[in-house]
Ligand binder design. Structure first.
Ligand SMILES: NC(=O)c1ccc[n+]([C@@H]2O[C@H](COP(=O)([O-])OP(=O)(O)OC[C@H]3O[C@@H](n4cnc5c(N)ncnc54)[C@H](O)[C@@H]3O)[C@@H](O)[C@H]2O)c1
Ligand SMILES: [Zn+2]
Length: 342
């Protein structure tokens, strides 16, 4: 899959110059409309249309898809059209899903504008929406024509959102590059060179996805931190209790799952301590209550990596290495949550 890291004025004009489309639609939310669309507007051919949806995970639903499909229909978009998804992971996942299903599929490209979307969501072809409180429950695998990454989009992103995306960069280092982990673990988030790390993360994600596009095996390592992390994110989202960003939930999950890796003898105590210290320093601690644990454990049963009733984890097998399909019992998970809480 083609991914380009370059100024958007260069990469988008080049792409549009090389491909002829009957019509172009750009999907934005109110933030990317205001902060990102002006950077590409002048590059679009006349007659292009803009479709704006409301920002936020709570709008990553089938109801929003209906609005997008309706707007494409109103604009007489035919099968030779292009949808440009200009935004974070929500726009990319939902827009890609809408494009892949509209008239059985039209071309789309991703222009990720959050750090999380640049280093993770836009690469790899996983598309979809949330359903009945379950994250990414309905979706497809479909690759975009290209992914155009311009790190300058991140400048307008609130600091908390930037830090959330940084969790996926940490994850990529932990599962695939111990040297880079060693380097960043001595730097605070503010001290890191984001442009360099974006390119590094994208290369890791691309390499893993290329080896296993449909997540039959190796790709599962990208889910490190996500089995418990997703369950916590879903639980807190569903209850409308505490607002927590994806990366913040994954940071919790990575501490818990690093603990499970340690418990299984896959990493040493020092490794666990270095991961935990760095993640607590960068993300703080999410307050979880004892009586919330059963509901969180129940949600891990929805994880897409599971087979039958077994809950399967991707666990670190070293700093820079990760295994997958490792069954973990609910009492072990409970112990990991307790470890995080205390
Ligand atoms: N497909 C995948 O492989 C994959 C991987 C990881 C995450 N995801 C999905 O990604 C989503 C999270 O993505 P996200 O963190 O990008 O969230 P998001 O798309 O909700 O964006 C976060 C917020 O930032 C705003 N925003 C976007 N770009 C901006 C910019 N340049 N300046 C200022 N504000 C900007 C958005 O309007 C939104 O309010 C989740 O739905 C998750 O499931 C998908
Ligand atoms: Zn993630």
């Amino acid at each position: 899959m083609s991914v380009q890291i370059a100024p958007i004025s260069d990469s988008l004009s080049q792409f549009l110059g090389q491909n002829a489309y009957s019509k172009i639609a750009v999907l934005v939310d109110e933030h990317t409309n205001k902060l990102c669309f002006p950077l590409i507007e002048s590059l679009l051919p006349k007659g292009s249309i803009k479709i704006q949806i409301k920002s936020g995970e709570e709008h990553k639903t089938i109801a929003t898809c209906e609005k997008v499909w309706a707007a494409l229909t109103r604009a007489n978009m035919d099968r030779h059209g292009l949808l440009i998804n200009l935004g974070g992971g929500v726009i990319g996942d939902l827009g890609g899903f809408c494009a892949s299903t509209y008239k059985r599929g039209i071309d789309f490209i991703q222009i990720p504008t959050t750090l999380l979307a640049q280093v993770d969501a836009s690469v790899g072809g996983k598309l979809g929406i949330d359903f009945h409180g379950l994250k990414n429950h309905i979706g497809v695998f479909q690759l975009p024509k290209t992914v155009l990454i311009d790190p300058t989009f991140i400048h307008s992103l609130p600091a908390r959102q930037q830090r959330s995306g940084f969790a996926e960069i940490i994850k990529h280092c932990l599962i695939r590059d111990g040297h880079m982990w060693e380097r960043i673990s001595h730097l605070s988030f503010e001290e890191t060179d984001l442009a360099e790390l974006i390119a590094h993360s994208v290369a890791i994600k691309q390499a893993v996805v290329a080896e296993d596009p449909k997540e039959k095996g190796l790709r599962k390592i990208l889910n490190f931190g996500h089995t418990l992390g997703h369950a916590i994110e879903t639980y807190l989202m569903d209850q409308g209790k505490r607002k927590i960003l994806h990366g913040e939930a994954i940071a919790c999950g990575m501490i818990m799952e690093a603990f499970l890796s340690y418990e299984r003898g896959l990493i040493g105590l020092r490794d666990l301590e270095s991961i935990e210290t760095y993640l607590f320093e960068t993300y703080g601690r999410v307050i979880l209550k004892e009586d919330e644990i059963p509901a969180i454990l129940k949600l891990t049963a929805q994880d897409k990596k599971n087979k039958g009733s077994e809950i399967r984890f991707s666990l670190l097998t070293g700093l820079g290495d990760c295994g997958y399909d490792i069954p973990v019992s609910s009492s072990e998970m409970k112990k990991a949550i307790h470890y995080y809480m205390n």
